[in-house]
Design a protein around this ligand. Structure first.
Ligand code: HEM
Length: 497
C-alpha cells in the first residue's frame, strides 16, 4: 500500500496539495486479490482504466458488471431510464436487515408513497429552520473542546459522528432518541462495521440460505435497534394520543400519521422502524465523514483555513437562518472534500430489462456501478483531479461542472433526500469549528481513506485544536473581501422533492 504522504506542489494558480489516496492499479486484480481488496476497502481495487475510460465492463461470478463514468450514460441510468434500474442484489444484501422496507431500500409504490410523505421534512424551507439547533450543537461541542489541555489530541472523526447524531436528535427526532446517544452510536458503528463489508459469499452470488459471517456478527446491534426503536415509537404514539397539539411535527410524527391518499393506509410497523433506523444511519455517518475529510484537508491548507475562518466570523455573526447559503467558501471546501472523498463511494443498480449505455450492450440482470470516487477523479472530466482545489466550487466555476460529473448525493428520483440538510449542517459546523480553532494532525498520524459503508479516515483523525481567538477578535479579523454568493444552495428543493 502506498505511504500516506502529503504531496505539496505549486502551480501558476497557487499552492495545491495531493491528499492521500490509493494509486490506481496498472492492471485489474486477479480473482483472489480482488475479493481481498473488496473485503478490505473496495477503493483499493480501481485501476487506471477505470479513471480513464468512459465505460468499463467486467465479468463477475454472478453475471456482468459495468462501471459507468460517461455523464450521458449516468443520466440515462439514474434519470431518463431510471425505471429500468433497481437497487441491485449486492447492495440490497449489504444494507438489508435493519434498513429493509425503509426509503433507502424500498422500490416501486412502497418507495413512491414513502418519498412523497417524507419530502416536506427535507424541503429547503424546513431545513433552513434547523439552522439554530445545528449551530447550537456545534457551539456546545466547540465549548467542550476549549477545555482540552494544550497539545492534547482528540479524534475529530469520532467527534463528528457524535455531533451529527446529536444534530439529528435535535432536528428530525425532536424528543430525542429516548436512549443513551452513546449506546446508539456504538450500535450503529458496530452494525456498519460488519454489514458495511462486502461479504465474499455475496460476491460469489451464493444463495441467501447460506449464513454470512457479517450478518451473524451484526445480530447484537440489530437486537439493540429493535428494542430502542420500539421504545421511541411507543413513547411518541402515547404522546400523540394524549396531547396531539403539543407534539412537534417532526419525522416521527410524519411516519406515524402518514396516510396514502389513494388507499388511506398508513406505513406498517416494519416500515416505520426501518425508516427511523434509515434516517439515523443514512443521516449521520455520511455527513460526519464529509466533515472529517474537510477538517483534514483544511489542516493541510493554511490558505483555505484562513479563508473559511474569516468567512465564518463574518457570516455567523448575523442572522443565522440563511447563513449557510452565504458561506460559499466554506461550502466550496465541503464540496471539494466530497469530490475527493465521497462519503458514499459507489452507487449501484441492476438492469431489469436489456438496455444500452453509451454504446455498450447491457444484458438484463447486469450490475451497473456508478462510483463517485472514480467519477470525481476521472481524467476525462476533471483538471488536476487528484489535487485539493476548492476554487472549482466557487460560484462561477461551479456552474461549469457537469450535473452528472459530480454526484456525492446521487441524482434522479433516488437522489439523497437529506442533501440540503447535510450541506447546511456541514457548512454551519465546519464554519463554527474553523472560526474558533486552528487544527493540526496529531504528530505521527497517517491519514488514509478506508471504504466500509462510508468512506472514512482509517483509524480516525486525531487532531490538536488551538483556540483561534475570541468571538470579538474574530469579528474584527473578518474584514476580508466577501466572495459573491449566487444565493442558491447547489441542491435545489426541486432536486429533493
Ligand atoms: C454528506 C452527507 C450525505 C451524503 C454524501 C449522502 C449520499 C447519498 C446518496 C449518494 C444517496 C443515493 C443512493 C442511491 O442512489 O443508491 C442517498 C440517498 C439517501 N439519503 Fe443521503 N447522503 C447524505 C446525508 C443524508 C442525510 C442527512 C439524510 C437524512 C437525514 C439522508 C438520507 C438519505 C435517504 C433516506 C436516502 C434514500 C433516498 C431514496 O431512495 O429515495 N442522507 N444519500
Amino acid at each position: 500500500m502506498q505511504e500516506a504522504k502529503i504531496d505539496q506542489r505549486t502551480t501558476d494558480q497557487g499552492a495545491y496539495f495531493r491528499p492521500p489516496a490509493p494509486e490506481p492499479r496498472a492492471r485489474r486484480a486477479g480473482p483472489i486479490a480482488l475479493v481481498r481488496a473488496l473485503w478490505n476497502s473496495p477503493i483499493e481495487a480501481w485501476t487506471q482504466e477505470h479513471f480513464e475510460a468512459p465505460v468499463v465492463a467486467h465479468r463477475l461470478p454472478f453475471g456482468t458488471g459495468i462501471i459507468v463514468n460517461d455523464p450521458a450514460g449516468i443520466e440515462h441510468v439514474l434519470l431518463s431510464n431510471a425505471g429500468n434500474y433497481r437497487k441491485d442484489t449486492l447492495q440490497r444484501r449489504i444494507i438489508s436487515g435493519a434498513l429493509d422496507n425503509g426509503l433507502l431500500t424500498a422500490e416501486a409504490d412502497q418507495w413512491r408513497f414513502q418519498r412523497r410523505t417524507l419530502a416536506p421534512m427535507f424541503s429547503l424551507r424546513t431545513v433552513r429552520g434547523f439552522s439554530a439547533p445545528m449551530l447550537g450543537v456545534a457551539r456546545e461541542f466547540a465549548g467542550r473542546w476549549s477545555a482540552l489541555a494544550a497539545g492534547e489530541s482528540i479524534d475529530m472523526a469520532d467527534e463528528m459522528t457524535r455531533l451529527t447524531l446529536e444534530v439529528l436528535e435535535r432536528t428530525i427526532f425532536s424528543d430525542g432518541l429516548g436512549h443513551d446517544i452513546e449506546e446508539f452510536r456504538a450500535a450503529m458503528r458496530s452494525y456498519f462495521d460488519t454489514i458495511g463489508r462486502i461479504d465474499p459469499f455475496d460476491l460469489l452470488g451464493l444463495p441467501d440460505a447460506i449464513p454470512r459471517l457479517t450478518r451473524l456478527q451484526a445480530r447484537g446491534a440489530l437486537r439493540f435497534f429493535e428494542k430502542a426503536v420500539d421504545t421511541i415509537i411507543t413513547q411518541r404514539a402515547s404522546r400523540l394520543a394524549e396531547e396531539p397539539e403539543a407534539v412537534r411535527r417532526d419525522i416521527l410524527t410524519l411516519l406515524l400519521e402518514a396516510r396514502d391518499p389513494q388507499t388511506g393506509s398508513g406505513l406498517s410497523e416494519a416500515e416505520i422502524k426501518a425508516n427511523i433506523i434509515t434516517f439515523i444511519a443514512a443521516g449521520h455517518e455520511t455527513t460526519a465523514n464529509a466533515l472529517a475529510w474537510s477538517l483534514f484537508l483544511l489542516s493541510q491548507s493554511p490558505e483555505w483555513s484562513a479563508r473559511v475562518a474569516a468567512e465564518a466570523a463574518r457570516e455567523l455573526a448575523g442572522p443565522t437562518d440563511e447563513a449557510a447559503d452565504r458561506m460559499v467558501e466554506t461550502r466550496a471546501v465541503i464540496e471539494e472534500a466530497m469530490r475527493l472523498y465521497p462519503p458514499l463511494a459507489a452507487i449501484s443498480r441492476e438492469a431489469i430489462a436489456a438496455d444500452e449505455i453509451a454504446g455498450h450492450a447491457v444484458p438484463a440482470g447486469c450490475t451497473v456501478v456508478i462510483a463517485p470516487y472514480v467519477l470525481h477523479r476521472h481524467r476525462l472530466l476533471w483538471e488536476r483531479p487528484d489535487l485539493f482545489d476548492p476554487n472549482r466550487f466557487l460560484p462561477d466555476a461551479r456552474e461549469r461542472i457537469g450535473r452528472y460529473a459530480y454526484l456525492p448525493f446521487g441524482a434522479g428520483p433516488r437522489i439523497c433526500i437529506g442533501a440540503a440538510f447535510a450541506l447546511q449542517e456541514a457548512t454551519l459546523v465546519l464554519g463554527t469549528i474553523m472560526r474558533d480553532f486552528r487544527l493540526a494532525l496529531a504528530p505521527g498520524t497517517e491519514v488514509w481513506p478506508l471504504q466500509r459503508l462510508t468512506l472514512r479516515p482509517r483509524g480516525g483523525l486525531p487532531m490538536t485544536l488551538t483556540r483561534r481567538m475570541s468571538d470579538a477578535q474574530a469579528m474584527q479579523a473578518s474584514a476580508s473581501p466577501r466572495v459573491a454568493s449566487t444565493g442558491r444552495c447547489p441542491v435545489t428543493s426541486a432536486d429533493v422533492a
